[in-house]
Design a protein around this ligand. Structure first.
Ligand code: ADP
Ligand code: MG
Length: 269
């Protein structure tokens, strides 16, 4: 499928925003620790994560199950706070923001997409996309126009009036991405977004995310365990036991090239 539908149709969320070269990094984590307490147990999910993304683009995070990927995404989304260390997104040091500012920060700066599409089954595709705007008290007419524009740009405009159960998994995830893009955030976080999709729909989605990042000067950070997904990204950060073990320059590699380098890095002492 062509993902060229994003071409020029989507208002550019990066317009007027220079690429961050020379400015603050888009993402900057320093010495980040996070643990969970379960009864007497303590699980150290993150043990000193250092991760910097200087410029907009499409990036991946890979790592074994339990290595802390989702925990890190929650911290980047300002849904949770580290016990130690600092997290800054788009130049905002999250620990310095009040609760009220965090809410605004999340709305304007971060879109998030999960493995589960989390669409409301009783709402149509376009209503699902509009929902965060409705909750924020935005004008219905303006929201409808923006939601339709997004659905068209992501190739699901013809499905706008359908409820989620009438859509394929790939279409549902595209609707969920449209919802995440409603406020034109400069950063989109995607935690295993193709975990429920077949390989063909997955490929379509990765290409689409790559196109979005390029055409709209966005930063997309995607958690994945699939080398074929990371092959769409310019750099892939490898998490191991709650730390960043290293990064692979994945631009231009194919899936097997990523897999080989990944195994090599993970096995290194
Ligand atoms: P990943 O996404 O890489 O699979 P997670 O960030 O989900 O890893 O989890 C990292 C570690 O923290 C795991 O050992 C997991 O069991 C634990 N963990 C994650 N979330 C919670 C939670 N809410 N309560 C307790 N432990 C958790
Ligand atoms: Mg996870």
């Amino acid at each position: 499928m062509s993902t060229g539908g994003t071409n020029g149709e989507l208002r550019n969320p990066g317009a007027g925003r220079a690429p961050s070269s020379g400015g603050p990094p888009v993402v900057d984590c320093r010495g980040v620790f996070k643990s969970y307490r379960l009864a007497e147990h303590e699980v150290q999910a993150l043990r000193g994560v250092d991760l910097t993304i200087q410029d907009p683009g499409f990036y991946a995070i890979m790592g074994a199950s339990g290595s802390g990927k989702s925990t890190l995404m929650h911290l980047l989304a300002a849904l949770d706070q580290p016990e130690q260390g600092t997290v800054a997104v788009s130049g905002h040091a999250l620990q310095d923001l009040s609760e009220r500012d965090l809410t605004l920060f999340r709305r304007n700066n971060i879109g998030i997409v999960f493995q589960q599409f989390n669409l409301i089954p009783t709402l149509t595709a376009v209503e699902n996309v509009e929902l965060p705007g409705m909750l924020a008290g935005e004008r219905a007419g303006k929201l409808r126009a923006r939601a339709r524009e997004l659905l068209d740009a992501l190739g699901v405009g013809a499905r706008a009036g359908h409820r989620p159960d009438a859509l394929s998994g790939g279409e549902q995830q595209r609707v969920a991405i449209c919802r995440a893009l409603l406020f034109a955030p400069p950063v989109l976080l995607a935690d295993e977004p193709t975990g429920n999709l077949d390989s063909k729909s997955s490929e379509v989605l990765w290409s689409l995310l790559g196109d979005l990042a390029k055409q709209h000067t966005m930063t997309i950070v995607m958690v994945t365990h699939e080398p074929a997904a990371a092959a769409h990204c310019r750099r892939t950060f490898i998490l191991q036991d709650g730390r960043v073990k290293g990064a692979l320059e994945t631009e231009g590699l194919d899936a097997s090239g990523v897999a080989t380098r990944y195994q090599h890095l993970v096995a290194a002492p």
